[in-house]
Design a protein. Structure first.
Length: 131
C-alpha cells in the first residue's frame, strides 16, 4: 500500500506570531466615498487597508522604545531591544529600562530617537493626513 502526501492547505500561509493584525473593524462607506478612497489608495500604490491605516495613523510608525537613564532620552528600535543594547543617542551599550512599543512620527523614527512624550498618543507630533 503506497503512502499518499497530504494535500496542501488552501490560502495564504499563516503569518509569524506577532505579525498578524489583531482585529478586524467593519466600516461602511457610501459608494462615492469608497470611489474616492479607492482612487487615493491607487494613487499611492497601496491596497485599501494599507491606505486607511496610514491615513488614520497620520504617517506615524510603530517602533520599540526604551528609556536610557544616562542621558534621559528615548532611543527607538525596529525590533525589540535587549535589556543591555546599543543606544543610538549615547553611542554605546547601555542598560535600558521601560521597554515597550508605541507610535512615533516618521521624523523621530528616522533619527532613532523620540521626543519627550511621543508614545502615549499616536498623533503626538503629526496630525492625520486629509484626503
Amino acid at each position: 500500500m503506497s503512502q499518499q502526501k497530504k494535500p496542501r492547505k488552501i490560502g495564504r500561509p499563516a503569518l509569524p506570531k506577532g505579525r498578524a493584525k489583531a482585529r478586524i473593524v467593519p466600516v461602511r462607506f457610501s459608494a462615492d466615498d469608497l470611489k474616492t478612497i479607492t482612487a487615493a489608495a491607487k494613487a499611492r500604490k497601496q491596497n485599501l487597508s494599507e491606505w486607511i491605516r496610514t491615513t488614520l495613523m497620520g504617517g506615524n510608525i510603530k517602533r520599540w522604545y526604551a528609556f536610557c537613564p544616562d542621558e534621559l532620552h528615548i532611543p527607538l528600535f525596529e525590533n525589540r531591544p535587549r535589556k543591555q543594547d546599543y543606544c543610538l543617542g549615547c553611542g554605546g551599550i547601555k542598560e535600558l529600562h521601560g521597554i515597550g512599543e508605541g507610535y512615533v512620527s516618521k521624523e523621530e523614527a528616522d533619527k532613532g530617537r523620540a521626543d519627550s512624550r511621543p508614545l502615549d498618543n499616536p498623533n503626538s507630533t503629526m496630525a492625520p493626513r486629509s484626503l
